[in-house]
Write a protein that binds this ligand. Structure first.
Ligand SMILES: [Fe+2]
Length: 345
């Protein structure tokens, strides 16, 4: 299974991971042959990459941080929360709490799980998938930092709803496929204030959930927004979601900004600490996220090419895709002589 850009996918390849709509419905299932018609439609919807396999390729399974069912429930829950907020209706907090519990049940019980997914966003599911991914990464960071389950739950709830204030921003501004003007940027930055008030008015949510949405764009040196507060005044949850949100955004890219690979985004975050990000939080994130996620095509120090087929906190399992060992599987542990040198796609 490889994670390939759409223009490298040919019509003799099959879909290796399902494609979900914004509200968690399966649009295309595993195993579907990717005809030119499907590929054209997916391109039109805004997909840039897919997980694919070729005919005759041995099917491999890997441990995603959350199951497909939980991903679907989470997408559905976020979409409904955003919809209700936009309609000035009360949030369904039972649904939000259930979704967060499903996520935590899977993440907290698996001691070696890493965030190893790559972006499958399109125009329609962008904010929902972004929110779910940021909540998964935040939960993993909270777990790594040793927070108790009730704290990780509060953090993950704030992370899941951190961008809910976006529903109050003019969609014509958000949808612009270009760098925003200063005035437009200032309007978008208001989403932190709107998010705070939306979540503060939900009586069953704690004030820290609202503060997580409020502070997720604050930076350690005071260069963030909305208040420009510094290190000591930013709550730990705000610092965690800042890192998770930045990582997720960097690895997705923008119209005007190329997506970074996971290992590049981690390096950039490490270089931006302690000025922008809390170094302890960045270290916890670096230990929670796969440097080379499943589906990465890599070159080894033996000059062979391989695909990452599974990864956890202890080892990376690769499958050779060139050379005499083609198709063989190998586990790379931290002290293995064979190392990944470069990522190709
Ligand atoms: Fe945001």
């Amino acid at each position: 299974m490889r994670y390939l850009p759409l223009d490298q996918i040919t019509d003799d390849m099959y879909l290796a991971r399902p494609i979900f709509s914004g509200d968690g419905k399966v649009l295309l299932s595993n195993g579907v042959k990717l005809t030119q018609a499907y590929l054209a439609r997916l391109k039109g919807m805004g997909y840039q990459h897919l997980y694919v396999y070729e005919e005759g390729e041995k099917a491999t399974t890997f441990t995603a941080p959350i199951s497909d069912q939980t991903m679907r429930d989470a997408l559905h829950g976020v979409k409904e929360s955003f919809f209700k907020a936009a309609q000035h209706q009360k949030l369904n907090l039972k649904q939000v709490s259930d979704v967060v519990n499903y996520i935590l049940d899977e993440i907290l019980t698996n001691p070696t799980v890493l965030y190893n997914l790559m972006d499958l966003k399109n125009h329609d599911n962008y904010y929902y998938l972004h929110s779910v991914n940021v909540s998964i990464i935040s939960a993993l960071i909270g777990k790594k930092l040793g927070l108790a389950r009730d704290k990780v739950k509060e953090l993950t709830t704030g992370a899941l709803l951190h961008d809910i204030g976006m529903v109050c921003i003019d969609p014509n501004i958000i949808g612009q496929p270009r760098r925003l003007s200063d005035a437009e940027m200032a309007a978008v930055q208001e989403h932190t204030n709107f998010g705070f008030h939306l979540l503060r008015s939900a009586r069953d949510l704690t004030v820290l959930v609202a503060h997580t949405a409020y502070q997720h764009h604050e930076r350690m040196d005071g260069s963030g927004y909305p208040k420009g507060i510094t290190d000591k005044d930013i709550h730990l949850y705000g610092k965690i979601v800042a890192v998770a949100d930045s990582y997720e955004t960097m690895t997705t890219g923008r119209v005007y900004q190329k997506a970074l690979w996971s290992h590049e985004a981690i390096r950039q975050l490490q270089e931006s600490a302690p000025e922008k990000y809390d170094p302890e939080v960045v270290a916890a994130m670096a230990a929670s996220v796969a440097l080379y996620p499943v589906g990465s095509v890599v070159v080894l120090n033996t000059n062979e090419e391989a695909v990452v087929v599974d990864v956890n906190a202890k080892k990376i399992t690769i499958q050779f895709s060139s050379g005499p060992r083609i198709n063989a599987l190998l586990d790379l542990e931290p002290d293995s002589a064979i190392k990944i040198e470069e990522r190709l796609s």
